[in-house]
Ligand binder design. Structure first.
Ligand SMILES: Cc1cc2nc3c(=O)[nH]c(=O)nc-3n(C[C@H](O)[C@H](O)[C@H](O)COP(=O)(O)OP(=O)(O)OC[C@H]3O[C@@H](n4cnc5c(N)ncnc54)[C@H](O)[C@@H]3O)c2cc1C
Length: 659
């Protein structure tokens, strides 16, 4: 491998074994016993230290002769530089002669002694054994080329996976393309790949079906991976490292799968980030990136498993080394994290899923790191300047992860320590008012909320909620606290709240931390956000916005009504949620809402609503649905159907309150 100030990837600024002829010459002689070789015991265990090579006339002259013979056309300066760096095997130990001096000391020219591949000693200036040289030249060239090919495909994989969402989004800014996209949406973007399953989990909690568009991206990603793993292998025999072509091929598969796994790590972490730069560059939603994160993760685990299997087939003799064990551990963790990230675990206990997911992810990165660094050491390489560059992928992955965590921390600090007023709306609903937060009335945002005192053993626990500007809802007309809990706020406190901006969360209590939300006049609250659910621009440019909510789903829809001039709201809630309706009703009395249908205790037919909108003749209708999975999926199916059938173009946004 070639050294460099920066750890560059092979083929991207790094060329190993350069010049190949010189490296092949050197390696053809390094295994031979020299007169100065230490015979440590009588059992044939020998070692030739750099100082021995530095002074050995047979060694230096034989290597120099081989280089002058095989490296015709290579500039002498390059050969001199190579010689200086590598000929003794230690850059700190310089040979007694430069390359040209060693060559000048070859006597006779050409040397009389001709080595053959079975020779084990070197006592005089000799000509390299042809098969030995060829075997070295073959394997070093083949490994170098294979490494360059795997770098090329690793980089392509990352660039395509990360770049495609950007390209697709940016295409939409060109003339005419949006017209084509609008036509494609009901066929590609909205429908699910499996029936009407999308937010509703597949049977047996197998997961969530991707939409057709997501499915195409995933299929493309899989095809790319299969093709890049399958093509361009060049086996060269005889080989100094591999006994036969099969062994050599498996070794290259081992290298490639390992390299691809490393390359996918940054993508994997980027797609899962809350502060995913792609969210700013594209109009793809966080939930889409999370879905893709799972598929990239599965591919990563598959590569890890394949890498391990190929390792067992080719290098089993190393299975007791520490680097092997770290690699094996990382593979096991990769499989466990995949299985442990399934919907069945997320549904059973989201916090256990999240904590175990993070711990396992850290263990995988640590495992990869030790696997790589200790393997480097076993090969006589070392960080930072004498490596194959694979660590670049790990550095990038760690940087992506830390950048996200850093921005998350900054967001929390920016919002500051807040005291929120919690109001019980009855039937398991609460309203949380957080004064002093000025996030405007922009629609389609959510925030991660921390209630450290509600989960003192897990103060880091945070949950996503939609944001409603308090001004839209007005002050709650219910008592926010009782003396039983934390003392009634004074009337002047209420007046203060009215005088400043703030955000409000409407929460349906669940079985975790939200279960502990009780009336409170000053609950310690930290906010991380706001984060966009997706891109709202296209929806806001529609001629009509249809907001379809089920139950607590109304929360994420309210701000839309304050950002458009022609809004229809359809909201159904259970009888028991009358308190929620009371709280929200006032906010729905705004002039932009031209049609309003609130149903308490009975459901509406989503398909009928969409058909009605299509029949009115709007040119473009934006549909935003938020509520139970069944409602979201019903609306998705109805919009796909109506979009294909009629003249009206539909833009759909599903805010399902679940990833
Ligand atoms: C973008 C978004 C906006 C949301 N807005 C609202 C809202 O305005 N009002 C509201 O009542 N609910 C909202 N939710 C749902 C809310 O986040 C969950 O109900 C809440 O996290 C449950 O917390 P818990 O500990 O009580 O839940 P648990 O009873 O422990 O879990 C119930 C379910 O909630 C989901 N969940 C739990 N923790 C998380 C998490 N950290 N991230 C994602 N999902 C989680 C899981 O699917 C889990 O199965 C929203 C969810 C998302 C993704």
């Amino acid at each position: 491998m070639a050294p460099g100030a920066l750890a560059l990837l092979e083929g991207f600024g790094r060329t190993s074994y350069d010049p190949l002829c010189a490296e092949s010459c050197l390696r053809s002689f390094t295994s031979l016993m020299l007169p100065c070789t230490n015979m440590e015991d009588g059992m044939g265990m020998m070692s030739t230290p750099p100082s021995c090579r530095a002074q050995s006339t047979p060694f230096l002259t034989s290597v120099a002769w081989c280089m002058s013979d095989k490296c015709v056309g290579v500039p002498a300066s390059k050969l001199e530089a190579y010689w200086e760096d590598w000929v003794t095997g230690d850059k700190g130990v310089q040979p007694k002669w430069t390359f040209s001096e060693a060559l000048a000391n070859v006597d006779p020219r050409p040397p009389k002694a001709q080595l053959n591949s079975s020779d084990t000693t070197l006592n005089a200036t000799s000509i390299v054994a042809p098969t030995t040289y060829l075997s070295q030249w073959n394997v070093l060239g083949a490994v170098r080329d294979e490494t360059a090919i795997e770098s090329k495909y690793s980089v392509s994989l990352v660039v395509i996976t990360v770049g495609l969402p950007v390209v697709i989004t940016w295409l939409g800014y060109l003339p005419w393309i949006p017209i084509v996209f609008d036509k494609l949406k009901p066929y590609v973007v909205y429908p699910s790949t499996i029936g009407t399953y999308s937010v509703r989990p597949l049977p047996f909690l197998l997961g969530n079906a991707p939409t057709t568009g997501q499915g195409i991206f995933i299929a493309l990603f899989i095809v790319l991976n299969v093709v890049f793993t399958a093509v361009e292998y060049h086996v060269r025999q005889p080989s100094a490292w591999f006994a036969n072509g099969w062994h050599e091929l498996i070794a290259y598969l081992l290298y490639r799968t390992g390299s691809f796994a490393f390359a996918l790590l940054p993508v994997l972490l980027l797609f899962s980030s809350r502060n995913n730069v792609l969210m700013w560059l594209t109009n793809w939603s966080h939930s889409t990136y999370l879905l893709l994160h799972r598929w990239v993760g599965r591919m990563f685990a598959l590569y890890a498993v394949l890498h391990s299997i190929f390792g067992l087939l080719t290098y089993k003799e190393y299975e007791d080394t520490v680097w092997w064990k770290w690699g094996a551990a990382a593979t096991v963790f990769s499989v466990v994290i995949c299985l442990g990230g399934g919907l069945y675990v997320r549904r059973a206990n989201y916090e256990i899923f999240l904590v175990s997911h993070i711990v396992l992810a850290v263990l995988i990165v640590v495992g990869c790191w030790h696997h790589l660094v200790l393997w480097y050491e076993s090969m006589g390489m070392h960080l930072p300047d004498y490596t194959s560059g694979y660590e670049d992928w790990l550095y990038t992955a760690i940087a992506v992860w830390f950048a996200d965590r850093l921005v998350r921390g900054i967001r929390v600090l920016k919002s500051g320590i807040r005291r929120s007023v919690v109001t019980d709306l009855g039937s398991g609903y609460v309203r949380v008012d957080i004064p002093g937060i000025r996030w405007g009335v922009e629609p389609g945002n959510h925030v991660y909320v921390y209630f450290p005192t509600l989960s003192p053993l897990r103060p880091w626990e945070n949950h996503p909620f939609s944001i409603v500007p308090t001004a839209i809802l007005g002050q709650s007309n219910r008592p926010s606290s009782t003396s039983e809990f934390s003392g009634s706020p004074s009337p002047s406190a209420h007046r203060d709240e009215e005088k400043q901006a703030g955000v409000t969360l409407l929460i349906k209590k669940s079985a975790g931390i939200t279960k502990h939300l009780e009336r409170h006049s000053g609950l310690l609250t930290l906010l991380e956000g706001p984060y966009p659910n997706g891109d709202s621009k296209d929806l806001l440019r529609c001629d009509r916005l249809v907001l379809i909510a089920g139950g607590i789903g109304i929360t994420s829809l309210l701000p839309w009504a304050y950002n458009h001039w022609n809004v229809r709201v359809v909201w159904s809630v259970k009888d028991s949620a009358a308190g929620l309706v009371d709280e929200v009703k006032g906010a729905l009395d705004t002039s932009s809402i031209t049609q309003k249908d609130i149903r308490i205790g009975n459901r509406f037919n989503a398909s009928e609503i969409i058909e009605e909108e299509a029949s009115v003749g709007w040119h473009k209708v934006g549909v935003i649905v938020s509520g139970p999975g069944s409602l979201c999926d019903e609306v998705r199916a109805a919009v796909s159907l109506a979009g294909r059938a009629g003249q009206t173009k539909f833009n759909l946004d599903v805010d399902a309150y679940s990833w």
